[in-house]
Write a protein that binds this ligand. Structure first.
Ligand code: AMP
Ligand code: GLY
Length: 421
């Protein structure tokens, strides 16, 4: 089997490392991959949104299976295009990827099918939105409708902030067309849980739960980032919460997508908040989370490629999906200044014995050296019987991985440890 994995971050590195456990796979190409992924797959210089080039490459190289990992190619119809050329895929078609691609769509879906989420209003007229937030309760949450590189959500604590957000999204078009409409939503409180799930449109199988750390600084201070670290499982996701989520959120979502004629196949990510009124959906993603994948997949005991094929073939109900009864922690090492501006081109040194634990996100290979090229540079995942051991062991590795201008949070997993007590 020859397969392609579309994407080039730490998440894709984790997917590729896991896929390599299946011996029927002879060759993995990463499009475009990165300097670190190059150790595990052949990187091909085709961008993740260059759908025509992806299809041409897959067709010409007689690719047997494609995994499309990032949100934008999924929303743009990469799976539709590959399937039209007879290439089976893991990932939703664009008609289903809209669950992430349009927040207006996902909020209306939840309202129509009674899936618990924050109360909201939709606006496609900036002046009406500005009028509305004059009296809306504060804090209020403003979300650009479309994809916005994870930056399209603003939590406004004052009316001025809310006004600025609406003007920059809807009038100044900070996120382009993604800001043609906005959702203004009730502010919810409670711990957040990420649940990635496999679904073939018939059954939904949640993976082990996880907790992201989105802010750049310790104790959840500083700017929002793509994620500075993760732990799994998430202690707030108790058996009782899991049961309630399955009944009120997971199954109803799969059924709702079917009823809308938008069957979802792939990894559906539920971003949840455990409020005092029960779990509510904060967001859906149409893909594996990053860096959630870097803790979830290392804990997967079953074969990933077998599960992915079952999702494609609609036989997930007959396929075991088991996780190790252990904990994982992933600490992201970033470039100083991320998520705003940062320098690149610094040499990274990673002790050889850590190779299995390091998922590279932003690095290029040059003259046999690995150089930093992104804000998030790499993630270091450790697995252990307890969360505390996993955290300690991840930080021990982090301390021995070197590059200039490196920074990382020192408190990944501390909130989860406290919650356990
Ligand atoms: P997103 O970009 O959709 O992942 O949202 C970023 C973050 O904003 C989430 O992880 C939450 O921490 C926060 N958030 C989004 N919606 C709400 C809400 N309705 N109430 C409180 N926090 C929210
Ligand atoms: N870690 C959050 C996301 O992948 O969207």
């Amino acid at each position: 089997m020859k397969i392609i994995v579309v994407g080039g971050g730490g998440r894709e590195h984790a997917i590729i490392k896991k896929l390599k456990e299946n011996t029927s796979i002879e060759k993995i190409y990463a499009l475009p991959g990165n300097g670190g992924i190059a150790a595990d797959a052949e990187c091909v210089n085709i961008g993740a949104t260059d759908i025509d080039a992806i299809v041409e490459f897959a067709y010409e190289n007689k690719i047997d299976y494609a995994v499309v990992a990032p949100d934008d190619p999924l929303v743009l119809g990469c799976v539709d295009a590959l399937e039209e050329h007879g290439i089976p895929c893991f990932g939703p078609r664009s008609e289903a990827a809209i669950i992430e691609g349009s927040k207006v769509f996902s909020k209306n879906l939840m309202k129509k099918y009674g899936i618990p989420t924050a109360a909201y209003e939709v606006f496609d007229d900036a002046d009406k939105a500005l009028e509305y937030i004059k009296t809306a309760p504060l804090p209020t949450v403003i979300k650009a409708d479309g994809l916005a590189l994870g930056k399209g959500v603003i939590i406004a604590t004052t009316r001025e902030e809310a006004e600025d957000a609406i003007i920059s999204i809807m009038k100044d078009k900070k996120f382009g067309k993604s800001g043609n409409s906005i959702v203004v939503e009730e502010f919810l409180e409670g711990p957040e849980v990420s649940v990635l799930s496999f679904t073939d449109g018939k059954v939904v199988v949640p993976m082990i739960s996880s907790m992201d750390h989105k802010r750049a600084g310790d104790n959840d201070t500083g700017l929002n980032t793509g994620g500075m670290g993760t732990v799994a499982p998430n202690p707030y996701y108790t058996d009782a919460v899991a049961k309630e989520c399955m009944e009120k959120i997971f199954l109803p979502t799969i059924n709702a997508m079917n009823a809308e004629g938008r069957t979802f196949k792939g990894c559906l990510y539920f971003g949840l908040m455990i409020t005092k009124d029960g779990p509510k959906v904060i967001e859906y993603n149409c893909r594996f989370g990053d860096p959630e994948t870097q803790v979830v997949l290392p804990l997967l005991k079953s074969d990933l490629f077998t599960i992915m094929q079952a999702v494609t073939n609609g036989t997930l109900a007959d396929t075991p999906v088991e996780f190790y009864d252990q904990s994982a922690a992933c600490v992201i090492m970033a470039s100083q200044g991320y998520p705003v501006s940062y320098e690149k081109g610094y040499e990274i040194t990673i002790p050889d014995e850590f190779a299995d634990c390091v998922f590279v996100a932003g690095a290029v290979e040059k003259d046999g050296k690995l150089l930093t090229s992104g804000g998030r540079v790499l993630g270091v995942t450790a697995i252990a019987d307890t969360l505390k051991e996993a955290i300690d062991s991840s930080y021990k590795m982090v301390e021995q991985i070197k590059f200039d201008n490196a920074f990382y949070r020192r408190d990944i997993g501390q909130r989860a440890l406290k919650a356990k007590k």
